[in-house]
Design a protein around this ligand. Structure first.
Ligand SMILES: Cc1cc2nc3c(=O)[nH]c(=O)nc-3n(C[C@H](O)[C@H](O)[C@H](O)COP(=O)(O)OP(=O)(O)OC[C@H]3O[C@@H](n4cnc5c(N)ncnc54)[C@H](O)[C@@H]3O)c2cc1C
Length: 413
């Protein structure tokens, strides 16, 4: 039921802002919804996301499972995902002519493999719903006025609104966070979340592009551990086994100045003792072969050779001549190889920041501020971040949709 014709302003034309503006205008066609984008490029991150393909969401429909993919925000998002989760995202886009497909690892992309499909869909739908978009005009200041909010824009114009959504993303020191702080919110300090590790080590030097499908990673002296594919890069290591570690350890690793050690098992799920036994069995089965020519872990040959050298074994040595002690050293290189991390790089495929508006100051049913009624938040401006795989956009769609519906003034069912 339509209760009012609220004047609604959405600040920020990213995934969360567009989704919210559309949800608001569709729920209440009488609402006057405007969206302000500071740059001339709305939805810029959607366009570059997922290597230009846009990893829209993840095939993980069960909210209890889904929230495990959020180092920050999982608890608060549980109820929100029951109201609008990946299934709703898929249906939302399908209803507007965009089919999504699922890849083997659960990531979902438009069947066109082109992020432009998502950008066009959002822009077209916003247009059809009657959302008025202003750009490049940013919001400079927001104050609580007599009957709502007084907003000042970067072109020096001003406006008055009943409801405000801040969806300005997670950029460090963004205007959205400053405005939120001025309106009484606490800002958790922003630090990068998904990042790759700088490692200069002879075991991986020159092996860029090489990957291992099932590695396990951990950081000694912390509880951080994860698993998944590991990619050797020009600068060190990347891939899900590293990126997930970086997300869960975002604050801890930042506090250490990104200088720490990482232990890699190149063959996930094996202890050093089990690996040693496997190597002893391999020696029996391959007595006369050179150790570098075959490995029982299906590791890439060039990496295997580096691990052999790191264990102090000459690659040409025949298996039968390798001592138990040397095999133990090799088992350690396979199952618990320690590397020194000397810094971080942004992950080109997807990067996010953690930090932002403190979550307990926001009601996750409506995304409305608990300290400033009428003010709402959605997307990365909040202290929410997911691991890589479409989880960050899902959080943006969910929080945007909830905020938009709530701002529309239409009674929630
Ligand atoms: C390279 C890259 C690839 C990524 N790939 C993926 C992926 O495949 N899947 C996934 O789930 N996540 C991905 N992410 C993360 C995802 O893009 C973000 O989590 C998501 O875009 C957050 O949406 P948002 O709307 O909150 O913020 P943003 O997309 O950052 O949008 C915020 C908008 O607000 C505008 N703005 C800021 N201040 C003001 C102001 N004062 N006035 C008006 N406008 C303002 C900004 O210009 C911007 O357009 C990727 C990120 C990057 C950087």
């Amino acid at each position: 039921m339509v209760t009012t014709a609220p004047r609604v302003i959405v600040v920020g034309g990213g995934a969360a802002g567009f989704f919210a503006a559309i949800a608001c205008a569709e729920a209440n066609p009488a609402a006057r919804v405007v969206l302000y984008e500071a740059t001339a490029h709305p939805l810029a991150k959607v366009r570059v996301s997922g290597g230009g393909r846009c990893n829209v969401t993840h095939a993980c429909p069960e909210p209890r499972e889904l929230v495990k993919r959020y180092p920050r925000g999982g608890r608060e998002l549980l109820g929100a995902f029951h109201r609008f989760g990946p299934r709703d995202t898929i249906a939302w886009f399908a209803a507007r002519g965009v089919e999504l497909k699922t890849e083997n690892d659960g990531r979902m992309f438009p069947i066109t493999d082109d992020s432009g499909t998502i950008v066009d869909c959002l822009r077209r739908t916003a247009d059809q719903a009657g959302v008025k978009i202003y750009m490049p005009i940013g919001v400079r200041r927001i104050e609580r006025g007599e009957a709502g909010f007084d907003v000042e824009f970067t072109d020096n114009s001003v406006g008055e609104f009943d409801r405000v959504l801040i969806a300005t993303g997670g950029t460090k020191g963004s205007a959205g966070q400053t405005i939120a702080a001025q309106l009484g919110h606490t800002i958790e300090p922003p630090v990068p979340s998904l990042f790759t590790f700088h490692i200069d080590d002879p075991r991986i030097r020159g092996l860029e592009g090489l990957s291992v499908p099932a590695a396990a990673t951990s950081v000694p002296g912390t509880k951080l551990k994860d698993s998944g594919g590991l990619l050797i890069t020009h600068w060190g290591m990347s891939g899900p086994a590293i990126l997930k570690l970086s997300a869960w350890g975002a604050r801890e690793l930042s506090e250490r100045g990104y200088k720490f050690n990482v232990v890699v098992s190149w063959a996930e799920g094996r202890t050093v003792a089990q690996t040693h036994e496997t190597l002893i069995a391999a020696r029996l089965a391959n007595l006369k072969k050179q150790i570098a020519t075959w490995n029982p872990f299906a590791l890439p040959a060039r990496l295997w050779e580096r691990l052999i050298i790191a264990a102090g074994i000459t690659p040409e040595t025949v298996w039968t001549s390798v001592s138990n002690n040397s095999l133990h050293a090799l088992a350690t290189q396979v199952a618990a190889a320690e590397f020194t991390v000397e810094g971080k790089s942004l992950n080109k495929e997807e990067f996010v920041t953690c930090g932002g508006v403190r979550l307990r100051e926001v009601d996750f049913k409506t995304m409305e501020s608990r300290v400033c009624p009428g003010l709402h938040f959605a997307g990365e401006v909040l202290d929410i971040d997911g691991i890589t795989g479409g989880f960050n956009f899902q959080a943006a769609w969910t929080t945007g949709w909830l905020a938009g519906r709530a701002m529309s003034g239409v009674e929630q069912t």
